[in-house]
Design a protein around this ligand. Sequence first.
Ligand code: KIV
Ligand code: ZN
Length: 544
Amino acid sequence: MEASDYVRIFDTTLRDGEQSPGATMNAAEKLEIARALARLGVDIIEAGFPAASPDDLAAVRSVAEQVGRSDRAPVICALARASAHDIDLAWEGVRLAIRPRIHTFIATSELHMRHKLRMSRAEVVERVRKTVRHARNLCDDVEFSAEDAGRSDHEFLWTVVEAAIEAGATTINIPDTVGYTVPDEFGALIAGIISHVPNVDKAILSVHCHDDLGLANANTLAGLRAGARQAEVTINGIGERAGNCALEELVMGLHTRFWLHRLRSGIDTTQLVRTSRLVASVTGIPVPPNKAVVGANAFAHESGIHQDGMIKNAETYEIMSPATVGAGATQLVLGKHSGRHAFAKRLGELGYLLEDAQLDSAFARFKHTAERKKSVTDAELEALIAAELPERADLWSLEALQVGCGTLSLATASVRLRAPDGTTRVAAAVGTGPVDAAYRAIDDLVCRPAQLVDYSVRSVTGGIDALAEVSVRVVSNENATVRPLHPQHDALPESSTWRGHGADTDIVVASVKAYLAALNRMMAAAVAFRAVAAAVAVEEVSSR
Ligand code: KIV
Ligand code: ZN
């Protein structure tokens, strides 16, 4: 028995979501998404519409047989029109699930009954009784949906809902099929059902809102606040036409404004971004950058005022933390609106500490560049400030690299580096892949305790011959091995991280350049640091 504030999350990405133009998924892809949905913690997975095709039936069956075999198994549901034939096929699809559900529907608006079904009100009510009873004879868990409920006559809808519950429906779903209603209206529709249907307490009320006017999430919230306790949603809001209410938006709305709604779901919010990406890559429907919660810009800040606020306290411009939704870290995007504060912070992260005058002139040049570009990358930033820095010879540089990889043998790398003393050193290593092998060989030569904490690669230009730009971040483990020169200046601060970038048409070469750049920066800082520490020690000895 669920608590009265618990909202069941019914995910229909694999059924209504698949009805998005161009989003067809094969059985293996559906299974992969269903597993991700189970991990996310959805309560019900609508796996498909078995009467649509034999492939659909097979996909539903494979989800029912293979997903959610643990303690907290989600209900696996299949859709059926209000006909014995469809319902039998739906049952065939889900019957092997630990917790199966049959979901049957028929339209209840005058428009649909007259033009699509060509049935009278009395015939529709009779069909509901017959088909829900048939489904209930097969399965204990039966959901009934009144299609186009948002445009149905309220009193007729109450009659249909009462008949469906009498016939054995355990969940009653109220869809705003064409996304026509507004929140007050939709909330009142749900409240009206609760107060006028005598047996409504025998079933869970559900809402299913489409986004034709951009109100799917608002309408879903209104329905839940009026008393519904199941929400039908899809990942990324995909679905027929403008789509459905987006799972991630609804769930984060409940989570972030808990004290307003006092409703909760069982979703593991840290899985949201990961699941969103999976669905986008399987369906080929990209997530717009400005999409709430899971868009690439959902936690990116560009304007100087916002960046300044974020540096002082993240709550100034973030109502939820990126970690809560599994989105990694907040991004301060350097662009034409960025301020000096964010600019200096980013340079610091890259390992550059400029004097005030240097910073002023670098910032002026940055602003000039940013006026002409959408955003300024780290590599461009480094090129921009090169004029402010004294000529610095790299401590270690790449002379030659050879890698071997593939499915037939272990990944190996041989690396030849020029050392700070001008000599040439060679090392070879094996690894999990060519980049890992090359990094291990470099570690053997450089002998610096560092840990790779970030690695990313992006293609600078399009096409197969694209230039790859690799960015890495390493953390110094200096403290573990370097004996302190002075108690107040013991090696590098533990939190020091050093970034490096490398670009090349060969992705492994780009990776090696990036890693060496980060290690060089780390070692240059350590040298400067030791010089300061030694000077302080000398000063102290001579003053005794
Ligand atoms: O939008 C709708 O009405 C539906 C029903 C089948 C639930 O998807
Ligand atoms: Zn729908």
